[in-house]
Design a protein around this ligand. Sequence first.
Ligand SMILES: [Zn+2]
Ligand SMILES: [Zn+2]
Length: 368
Amino acid sequence: MNPIVFAIPVFLLTILAEWGIAKRQGRDVYSLPDAIGSLSMGLLSQVVGLFAKVASLAVYVALYDHASITYWPMDNVFVWIVALLLYDFLYYWNHRMGHEVSLLWGAHSIHHSSEYYNLSTALRQSSTGVLLSWLFYIPMAILGVPPEMLVVVGLVDLLYQYWVHTELIGRLGWLDRIFVTPSNHRVHHGQNDYCIDKNYGGILVIWDRLFGTFAPERFDEKVIYGLRKPLQSLNPLWANTLHYFDIWQHLRQATNWRAKLKTMWGSPRLISGKTPAHFNPTHFVRYTPQTPQRMVIYASAQYALLVPAFLYFLVLFDRMNTHQAAFYGLWLGLSLQAITGLLQQKKWAPWLEVLRWAAGLAAMVLAL
Ligand SMILES: [Zn+2]
Ligand SMILES: [Zn+2]
């Protein structure tokens, strides 16, 4: 059973709890369209991941079977802890390169595209990261970490990072200097000058202190979240592809191979030409789609209906044939496009909404 099936109710309940507490405290922590955008991006990343992880894991298994230099026993707790530390160290470099290499930023930038910072932001995950991020964990295959151990420690590392996406937990003293915590991860999501390219850690922030990328949260400057080149959209497809379009445009303009290579493997800042070099927090205006309240209610209800359909997909994925899985996955993707399109009042969105309902009902009738 996919463990994400059990995590989803916990995510939804804790998001509701955070929203309720923030409301009681009178704090502007949530926007419903933004949260639905984040959850839609998270859902799409899980759907794509189901198809793509099999391929990347197959490469890991092949390397583990044929090229590993030793074998790590699975029945020793100490070995599991070392595997988690090793994974966290490699995650640091995966995450750091995700910010410092243009092609990899294309996959990771989506996680930073919300201008809010709450538990739903944690679920704003990439659908394309799975294509290249596995490369960073090849050393674990060579060192002999069994694939099952890689999957478990990878999941632990990912799930740990969920709770740090909140403004409701303040500074935690010495913990902020050892572990990734809400305080130091807020800095990571900031677009203020002092926040850029800081605090890449997954579980331990010690890696940042070792490699010179640590910055503690400041008392004197409010962190402003989001991208310097703002996404200004809730659309999961657009959020996943925006930077790749920028790369493509620069590749077409590049006159020699050196420039082309730099476009893909150089700093993302070479691409985002319009990005201001310095950020003035006092001039910041948050992206706020002017969605009528009744449409927010409708879209929220549609998303709530989509969650059980998605859980059903996760549970049955292994038992579906390729055509069924592809149709179901595509239908989930179209549904997310329709729901976020309605929130942004796109002209095509009502048509897509009718189409995806018709396709969904037709599939249910045929399956009966
Ligand atoms: Zn990041
Ligand atoms: Zn984050």
